[in-house]
Design a protein around this ligand. Sequence first.
Ligand SMILES: [Zn+2]
Length: 442
Amino acid sequence: METYPKTHLKLAILATAALLVGISALPESDHAEIERVPVSLSIEPEEIVALTPAPAEAVAVAEPLPQTSDHQLREITIKRGDSLSAIFKRAGLSAVELQRVMELGNSVAVLKKIIPGKSLVFELDSDNKLVSLTYEDNPLRHLVVNRQPDGYKAYWQEAEAETIVSFTSANITEDQPSLYQAGKAAGLSDTMIMNLAQIFQWDISFALDLRQGDAFTVLYEDIYVDGEKVKEGKILGAQFTNMGKSYQAVRYVDSTGRDSYYTPEGASLRKAFLRDPVHFSHVSSRFNMKRMHPIHNRVMPHRGIDYAANKGTPVFASGDGKVTIVRQNEASGRYVVIQHGEQYTTKYLHLSAFARGLRTGKSVKQGQVIGYVGDTGWATAPHLHYEFLVNGVHRNPRTVALPKAQPISASEMARFRATTQTTLARLKDVSGQTRYALAEGE
Ligand SMILES: [Zn+2]
């Protein structure tokens, strides 16, 4: 794990966060008034890799494309720092035409967020006036603005996407001791690896507990347009064997449209406590833990779990609860104590800093950042010392019996069984096998 490519994982986390933020920031009305027309799109590979802007000189001039009747097509590639008015000008169109298009409001809102490297295709009539404009928002859909007798109109053209179910398996070995390395060897993207870890984050400590002999299988969707993979879909099911124990997960979308992962029996995988209060990608497992607390062995028994991580690594509340202590002392350094219901208490020691606004009496949610890894107090290197107590007694969070997760409601059970049957059967079939795409309808 010493050669752990943290940057990639961080990027994946950031990308996921950005995606989530992006989605929530999109007003609902954006696409509400737009007709959706299915159409087959031919996507060139370079259009899919849209993040690399073309060199400026190559795009400065609008290149005439093959003509249809007396109309002319002009494709303009968007440059870094480009504006719509500059693009319209390069296409030989007036500011008035741009204004007419933008007057369509929400339905063309995507044009305000055009991405360098992508292109706009303009269709001009014999008087060089705008007939239509097409923008590839993503490989799955194009925005089209069309001139009609009563003015311009916008709609989406959707690509005919094909969903292919694939699977992959991998083992934790000496050569690939981390989830990241095993996942990469199995051909999973950073995002897929993160999603896989998220599914089992209540059951498995990916930071500390991976061992040789551990193995996993993931059944997931890939989205294709015209034979090109354009997007990763969801994980449909997964199996993870950790230290001799097998965990299975199946995705289920309930009748209200909420998706979550469940055991084959229909119990939610979500639990009251996360296994690791720091993200596994930040933890170096080969660190010699005995060096963390030189004084512990003599002064106090070591009753916690140590996570070696860089100073500043975010520390999460492992469960919903109420902050009872935010304080600093000689031994523990800066530390936080959280009470979870009547029975459970968690402690987080040696922090370099507390999360902003964290105070005694405040409620915190599972996964919420409460502070940052440090080496305050009796610590020789930055690490998180984490303690888990049941009724005031130190316990191992891995072995202690925890409250059972909320199962599928009785009224949903028949539907759950019916819709997850295929995935679970497939998962059983392919478990441990080499990767290949499942034929359709299999
Ligand atoms: Zn410790």
